[in-house]
Ligand binder design. Structure first.
Ligand code: C5P
Length: 242
């Protein structure tokens, strides 16, 4: 294991989670965002409502799109699903590490067949809404930290680009798997504010020392009365933001 001080400090980038019910709510936010600075995440909510045409619209506005469908199915289905997005020009796509080795290999094979630049392939380790006791409920009796690392090691071995995990585990992953293995972390909240369903939240002040490659900003921005002001506030608290 490497010592923490060997990690070159990672420059954190911001992904905004477009979790809205209506397209115009998303557009009202997007119109203030510079695609050179912000990446956008389309998750199940907007994908189920508005499908591929919405993704195309966002990509045509010049944004890098993270399609966060957290695919978790038999290998054949995951492979075919990922192949079906091959023409879109998606920047990043997510699967579930708990889908297992064969499923992840099939996902990797699917993006290798892309003719256009393939997306980054990342896997959810554990949802940031889960705590140690939630793992026990589903029969997993090692700690969250150990489980996240175990799954991250498997993802790296298979050739994935990174993992989605609670931000507090980022340094541990970087220590074992190196600085180039990407860490993406949701669940960012201002100190003392509502954490909603998230159990493993991080505050913007801690982001720099955690060495997270991408933070995902959801409700901290989408529920804000003044999203741009809050976005700037988050940025101002991150030393090594790019
Ligand atoms: O609103 P909040 O900041 O909690 O947003 C979290 C976003 O990140 C949601 O879009 C959610 O689907 C996503 N996400 C997550 N936990 C993961 C992976 C993705 O919360 N492990």
């Amino acid at each position: 294991m490497l010592n923490n001080t060997f990690i070159k400090q990672i420059k954190t980038k911001i992904i905004i989670a477009l979790d809205f019910k209506k397209i115009n709510q998303a557009i009202n936010l997007i119109k203030f965002l510079d695609p050179k600075i912000y990446r956008l995440k389309i998750g199940k909510e907007m994908f189920f409502l508005f499908g591929l045409s919405f993704i195309k619209k966002i990509i045509n506005l010049g944004f890098k799109v993270f399609l966060d469908l957290k695919l978790h199915d038999i290998p054949n289905t995951v492979e075919k699903s990922i192949k079906s997005f091959s023409d879109l020009g998606i920047w990043m796509i997510s699967i579930h590490a708990m889908g297992g080795k064969e499923m992840m290999k099939s996902a990797k094979m699917a993006i290798s067949s892309y003719k256009k630049k393939p997306p980054l392939l990342v896997a959810v380790t554990v949802l940031s809404s889960l705590k140690n006791r939630n793992l026990k409920d589903i029969g997993i009796f090692i700690s969250l930290k150990k489980y996240v690392l175990l799954l991250s090691k498997l993802c790296k071995k298979i050739g994935l680009d990174g993992v989605i995990c609670p931000g507090n585990f980022s340094n541990n992953i970087k220590n074992f798997l190196g600085k180039d293995f990407k860490v993406i972390s949701p669940g960012v909240r201002f100190l003392g504010t509502e954490s909603h369903d998230q159990k493993n939240v991080i505050i913007p002040e801690d982001v720099s020392k955690l060495n997270i490659d991408y933070i995902v900003l959801g409700r901290i921005i989408t529920l804000s009365r003044n999203p741009i002001q809050d976005l700037n506030l988050v940025k101002s608290k991150i030393n090594n933001f790019i």
